[in-house]
Design a protein around this ligand. Sequence first.
Ligand SMILES: [Zn+2]
Length: 212
Amino acid sequence: MTQVIRETLAVGLLSCNCTILGDETSREAIVVDPGYDVPKILALLAKHQLTVKQIVVTHAHIDHIASAQSMRQITGAPILYNQADLPLVAMMDIQASWFDLAVPEVQPPDHSPADGEKVAVCGIIGTVLYTPGHSEGSICLYVPAETLLLAGDTLFAGGVGRTDFPGGDEGKLQASLRERLAALPGETVVVPGHGPETTIEIERDSNPWMQS
Ligand SMILES: [Zn+2]
């Protein structure tokens, strides 16, 4: 049974949760949502002697995607995100102005994964779940062997990401939560895009967005 290293750190002014998943045997890693603070992310990778093989972005909001391109340049790993978020990429300058941030260089994804597609490195297999609502292209990465869900801004502890940005849709978000995420095993640990971790069971019991 391989051991998986997980590091989650809040990056940037908007405290986006960036997660590193690394396989202890192969030393291959997936980095999810490298929004900012590349030196901190690289330091953790070095601490665990991990090599990044996949960069996954849950959605194309600036706080989640801003440093994906620099991670790609440094590591050579491809960037995966849903092309349905390309309209958000096209308005990166406007996104930057919302938060008074510099405009980052953001490229189209190297690969736009399908719903249900596996994202794997040696020793770790995740499944992409389409969960539109917070943005049209929002995805979650579900890692069944770790009972782990990297939820982006689709689900927070006790709440959800806002739906009033372009591409947001409250009805779609509700469907994503009730039809897709609520169906996952209760013990699944949820790492949201911002704030503390939770579980599917806790959110099913107490988050109004998860209840029909
Ligand atoms: Zn967002």
